[in-house]
Design a protein around this ligand. Structure first.
Ligand SMILES: *[C@@H]1O[C@H](CO)[C@@H](O)[C@H](O)[C@H]1NC(C)=O
Length: 477
């Protein structure tokens, strides 16, 4: 009898809580505490956080689309350079901040200087920063084709590789440096060609001219750069997908943090980008999956034949002054199954881009602060550890065998909710420094960036033709 009364009383108070609670989700969580604990947390072993030192390539899945294997620049699957050369996590995060600063200044400059630019044509000096946490694919260039490992970058447009005769400087790279004079299909672009002029919008710098050959220059915010001849060449993705006259930069003066990669594959939205140049075949559709760890592999595929049925799409947004970037509309964040109390105007103020080259997601100050508070509450039984560079919410799990963390999901306009994989929540330096892999912008007016850690294991689809970006969970391991 007493039990019945108290359970009725409990139901009544739950109902009251539900009525008072603004979010229905919070209400559901109250009703089913056991279920909530299971479905709203990841439970795992501390030992599973440590990276493997051997490469475990993902099993090849039969793909209909032409597909390239994606590897992390610094992991054991990359043979770009000795592992002893790899940067520390603190260095990676520092370079990541340089990339973010340069994206912010690129967008802010265009916003603030609209009048000035029209009158004086100040070239934007900052391009995107190559940064450190980047992913590599291998493509073939020239006839006969030479394999080259390129960093793929949705935040920039021009594809380039180092070229002989390295008139000024070439940094060390894994493969032999491409030599256009040994290829039957290489052609220079002449200065008088209209396509030469399109370099301005793709690189932020007007073209130069050297003995009537068009010269490009692209400068990245961390003072990396590539300068050289603008040419066209046969680009081979797979034996069936070959593109003649692909416009690219043949870099004879190159410096920076490319970490042994031969150059960059530009996947942005400008007309010189790879998706634009191959639009006839792939209709500006590509997708990738970034592996959960640097000791595994993912894929980059082109065209729409391998897009998972479970992909959910959100509209692509074009940010003012950021026509090359893929903008998306974040509407909310949930931690442990509960929607954070963040007004959607917080995300709408500056907007968000999705970027393959930024490591850590940057949120508006207000949104990050709400996320951090909720995550810390969910982790309150674990001792905090030292901050790691830009990551201020770290835990010392060295005395635990197993632990549990709240799940995080991000909602996008169009009613799309994407659960971030476990590998997308934590950035692990060591068991005593396991950090929440998100950071806040300094200012709510800076654009938010959905970084590559949070994209891990998702199939991310860029559909430039239909103006949408899609996500499906479980794209790779
Ligand atoms: C391209 O232009 C450069 C510089 O003008 C020249 O040295 C080179 O021979 C040209 N290559 C071809 C294939 O025309």
């Amino acid at each position: 009898m007493a039990a019945i009364i108290s359970s009725t009383f409990l139901s009544a108070s739950l109902l009251l809580l539900c009525l008072l609670s603004a979010s229905r989700k919070g209400c559901v969580a109250f009703e089913q505490p056991e279920l909530a604990a299971e479905t709203h947390h990841h439970n795992l072993q501390v030992s599973s956080l440590l990276p493997s030192s051997v490469c475990n390539p993902s099993k090849a899945v039969d793909k209909k689309s032409p597909s390239l294997t994606v590897i992390h620049k610094h992991g054991p699957c990359s043979q770009l350079r000795p592992n002893s050369d790899a940067p520390t996590h603190a260095e990676i995060l520092l370079h990541d901040q340089a990339r973010v600063n340069s994206i912010h200044s690129r967008l802010a400059r265009t916003l603030n200087n609209v009048k000035e630019t029209a009158a004086t044509r100040i070239p934007a000096k900052d391009g995107s920063v190559v940064g450190s946490g980047n992913y590599i694919v291998t493509v073939g260039l020239g006839t006969p084709k030479k394999d080259l490992s390129l960093i793929f970058d949705t935040g920039s447009d021009l594809t380039w590789t180092q070229c002989q005769p390295c008139a000024r400087y070439c940094y060390r790279q894994k493969e032999p440096i491409f030599n256009p004079s040994q290829s039957k299909s290489y052609l220079n672009i002449s200065c008088s060609s209209s396509i030469c002029g399109s370099l301005s919008s793709a690189t932020g710098n007007p073209p130069g001219c050297s003995s009537s050959t068009c010269v490009y220059a692209i400068q990245y915010g961390d003072s990396s750069f590539s300068v050289g001849l603008f040419g066209k060449e046969r680009l081979t993705l797979t034996s069936t997908d070959i593109f003649d006259n692909f416009l690219f930069g043949c870099g004879e003066n190159n410096q920076g943090l490319f970490g042994g990669a031969a150059g960059l594959l530009g996947l942005g939205r400008n007309k010189l980008s790879f998706p634009s140049q191959t639009a006839q075949k792939y209709n500006k559709v590509f997708s990738y999956c970034l592996p959960s760890s640097a000791s595994s592999t993912g894929y980059l595929s082109f065209g729409n034949s391998d897009i998972s049925n479970s992909v959910k799409f959100t509209p692509l947004v074009t940010l003012s002054g950021g026509a090359s970037f893929y903008g998306v509309g974040i509407t909310g964040i949930s931690v442990g199954g509960k929607r954070l109390p963040i007004s959607s105007s917080v995300f709408a103020t500056a907007g968000t881009i999705i970027d393959s080259g930024t490591v850590i997601t940057r949120l508006p100050t207000t949104a990050y602060s709400a996320l951090k508070t909720a995550f810390r509450q969910g982790m309150s039984k674990y001792p905090m550890g030292k901050a790691l560079s830009i990551l201020d919410t770290c835990y010392d799990l060295s005395s635990y065998n197993s632990f549990s963390i709240p799940k995080i999901s991000i909602s996008f306009s169009g009613g799309v909710e994407v659960e971030i994989a476990l590998a997308g929540i934590l950035y692990v330096n060591s068991p005593s420094q396991v950090c929440l892999a998100f950071a806040g912008n300094n200012d709510d007016s800076n654009v938010g960036i959905l970084g590559n850690v949070q994209q891990k294991t998702l199939q991310v689809v860029y559909d430039g033709a239909n103006g949408r970006v899609g996500f499906a969970t479980g794209g790779c391991s």
